[in-house]
Ligand binder design. Structure first.
Ligand code: APR
Length: 254
């Protein structure tokens, strides 16, 4: 079972400004593949071929089918206790008059499905789509029985439709990134949960928070590129550790 220091529980119980960055690892216990784990997506596919505009233009069918396959998984999985604990934490901190900012690199929208509000999506989402030429949003809902064998075409300009995911080499949504950077610089506690911290600018947020004086807590069963900067390392699956941690915070009596 997981044990936590009184200092950690006291700090979390008394904090009023919390920021959280999540990565693919928080969805792992829901059955969604991560990217860089041994059996992750990048062990089977090359990111530049599948998660880039160049790759899409070179082989639109391959890229579209890869996203269809990921959508098929995401369409049937459910949030896990890691997701639902973050919802309970957001409720609790906001009821205490504090702030709770959830920043995610994930595109699966499991945070929103669990009930998280005002989620900052740094890498877009896999559910929505838009035209790769005129950028107009395109209404296309994935359904398991849709045997789409090539990207749909835009009704306005005929361009190929693409998922609303931020691809390598593309700009991150400025509003989300600025809000994430503000939260990192103003928070008292910054959680990095389920991310290898390999991709910037997201991976720089925990360090920015620490530099601004926040307690930096990492939740990850494995070491990452930023573990050495963490004040507290919870080397455990988030779906197991977060419910136990938050139960103790909620029960803390000063
Ligand atoms: N609980 C917490 N962490 C976990 C769990 C779990 N149950 N299972 C795995 N992890 C950790 C792994 O140890 C790893 O450090 O989750 C991390 C997942 O890392 P990545 O696969 O690199 O995913 P992520 O950090 O989200 O990747 C960032 O890279 O390819 C791009 O756009 C993509 O958003 C993605 C970005």
């Amino acid at each position: 079972m997981y044990t936590f220091s009184d200092n950690l529980i006291k700090t979390l119980a008394e904090a009023r400004k919390i920021a959280v960055l999540t990565g693919a690892g928080i969805s792992a216990e829901s059955g969604v593949a991560t990217f860089r784990d041994p059996n992750g997506l990048w062990a089977k596919f090359r990111p530049e071929e599948l998660a880039s505009m160049d790759g899409f233009l070179k082989n639109p069918l391959l890229v579209w089918e890869w996203y269809q396959a990921r959508r098929e998984v995401i369409d049937r999985v459910k949030p896990n206790p890691g997701h639902t604990t973050l919802v309970a934490m957001q409720d609790w901190y906001e009821e205490c008059g504090g702030s709770f900012t959830l920043i995610t690199q994930n595109v699966d929208r499991l945070h929103q499905q669990a009930g998280s509000r005002d989620v900052l999506e740094l890498h877009g989402n896999i559910i929505e789509n838009y035209c790769s030429r005129c950028k107009k949003p395109h209404e296309y809902r994935y359904t398991a029985d849709t045997d789409v064998k090539e990207p749909p075409r835009c009704g306005y300009c005929g361009g190929m439709i693409r998922p609303a995911v931020v691809w390598f080499g593309e700009m991150l949504p400025v509003d989300a990134l600025e809000a994430a950077q503000d939260a990192a610089s103003e928070c008292e506690v910054f959680f990095s949960i389920g991310t290898s911290a390999e991709v910037y600018p997201a991976a720089g947020l925990p360090i920015e928070a620490k530099r601004a004086g926040a307690m930096f807590i990492e939740v990850n069963p494995n070491q990452t590129a930023i573990t050495r900067y963490a004040d507290v390392v919870i080397a455990a699956p988030s779906g197991e550790a977060l419910p136990v941690l938050f139960e103790k915070v909620r029960a803390w009596q000063a």
